[in-house]
Design a binder for this molecule. Structure first.
Ligand code: PBG
Length: 310
C-alpha cells in the first residue's frame, strides 16, 4: 500500500535482433532467453512476446554485408515492413538507428580515409537518409544510438519534411562509453576492429562526466527528441535522477546487455533469485526517475511483476 514505486509491464520495451544471414535463430553468449532471429523467426518471437504481455519493441537489424560507405538498408526496411504487415497496430516498433552493424570497422559512423577519426557531418547525413527509410517502412519511433552531434535536429527536420511528423525520436541521449556492451556487440558483430580508431571514446560519454551526459541529453531535447535515454542504466541512476529533474521528457533506462548478463550469471550460479534481481534493478530505475525500461527480460516483466504478490 505504501510502496513508492509500482512497476507495470506497460512501461517495458523488448530489444529484438534480426540477422539477414541467419537461417535458424542463434543464441548469444550472456544473453539468456534472447536469440538473434531470422526474418521468418522474428515473427514467432514477437507473437510469443505479445502473448506474454509485451507490445513494444526495439529492433536491431543486422545486414549480411558490411562496407565502409554506400550502405544497403533494404534488409532493415523489409524487416520493418514485414513486422508491420503481420501485426499492424498491435505493436509499437522502434528502430535502432546506427551504422555499427553496417561498417567493416564496427564504428557507429563513417571514418576518414586513414581510419583514425569519425566524420560527424557525413555520418549525420547518412543517418538522416536511413531514418527516413525506416520511417517510410513503418517504424513508430527512430532510436539513434550513434552519438553524433546534431543528428536529432537533422533527423527531426527530415522526418517532418517527408510527412512523418508522428514518428517519434527516442534519443540515446546519455550514452556512456561502457564495458557493458560486450554481449550486444557479439550479437550484432559490431565491436570496433581494425588498426584505426580503437574504441568509441571519441563519441560516447565518459563515465566520469555527469555534466557532459546532461548537456548531451538536454541538447537532444532541444533538437526535438521525444524520449531521452540513459544507457547503461543501473550504474547510472544518478544520471537518470538528475536528468529527470531537468527535463519534462519521458526518460528511458536501457539495462544493457552486460548488465543483463551480470544478473543472469548471478542467478545461474545460484547466488540470487533471477526474477528477484531483475525486479530489484527495475524498481531502482523507476525510483530514480525512469519512465520506460528497456530490458532483455522485458518479456518476463508481466509474469514476474504479477508473481510478486503485494
Ligand atoms: C550501437 C549500440 C550499442 C548498444 C545499442 N546500440 C553498443 C555500442 O555502442 O557498441 C548497446 C546495447 C547493449 O549492450 O545492450 N550503437
Amino acid at each position: 500500500m505504501t510502496a513508492g514505486v509500482r512497476l507495470s509491464h506497460k512501461a517495458f520495451i523488448q530489444p529484438i535482433f534480426v540477422d539477414a544471414s541467419v537461417e535458424t535463430p542463434r543464441s548469444v553468449e550472456g544473453l539468456n532467453d534472447v536469440r538473434v532471429d531470422s526474418v521468418a523467426s522474428v515473427i514467432e518471437t514477437i507473437a510469443a512476446d505479445i502473448e506474454s504481455g509485451i507490445s513494444k519493441f526495439l529492433l536491431f537489424p543486422i545486414p549480411a554485408k558490411k562496407s565502409t560507405k554506400d550502405f544497403d538498408y533494404a534488409f532493415a526496411v523489409s524487416v520493418i515492413k514485414n513486422i508491420r504487415s503481420q501485426f499492424g497496430e498491435r505493436v509499437w516498433l522502434a528502430a535502432d538507428l546506427c551504422l555499427c552493424s553496417y561498417t567493416e570497422h564496427g564504428h557507429c559512423g563513417i571514418l576518414n580515409d586513414q581510419g583514425t577519426k569519425l566524420l560527424n557531418h557525413p555520418t549525420v547525413a547518412e543517418l538522416t537518409k536511413y531514418a527516413a527509410l525506416l520511417a517510410d517502412a513503418g517504424a513508430d519511433c527512430i532510436a539513434p544510438s550513434d552519438m553524433m552531434d546534431g543528428r536529432i535536429g537533422a533527423i527531426r527536420a527530415q522526418l517532418d519534411v517527408l510527412g512523418h511528423d508522428e514518428v517519434s525520436i527516442m534519443s540515446y541521449a546519455a550514452k556512456f562509453s561502457s564495458q557493458f556492451y560486450g554481449p550486444f556487440r557479439d550479437a550484432c558483430h559490431s565491436a570496433p576492429s581494425g588498426t584505426g580508431l580503437k574504441n568509441r571514446k571519441t563519441y560516447q560519454i565518459d563515465a566520469a562526466n555527469l555534466n557532459d551526459a546532461l548537456a548531451s541529453a538536454l541538447r537532444d531535447e532541444k533538437e526535438g527528441a521525444d524520449i531521452l535515454m540513459v544507457k547503461p542504466a543501473a550504474l547510472y541512476t544518478d544520471v537518470i535522477k538528475t536528468l529527470k529533474q531537468q527535463s519534462l521528457k519521458p526518460i528511458a533506462a536501457y539495462h544493457v546487455s552486460g548488465e543483463y548478463a551480470a544478473v543472469e550469471m548471478l542467478a545461474e550460479k545460484g547466488m540470487a533469485d533471477r526474477a528477484g534481481v531483475h525486479l530489484e534493478v527495475w524498481t531502482a530505475l523507476v525510483r530514480a526517475g525512469a519512465d520506460i525500461i528497456i530490458s532483455y527480460a522485458a518479456r518476463n516483466a508481466k509474469q514476474w511483476i504479477e508473481a510478486k504478490k503485494y
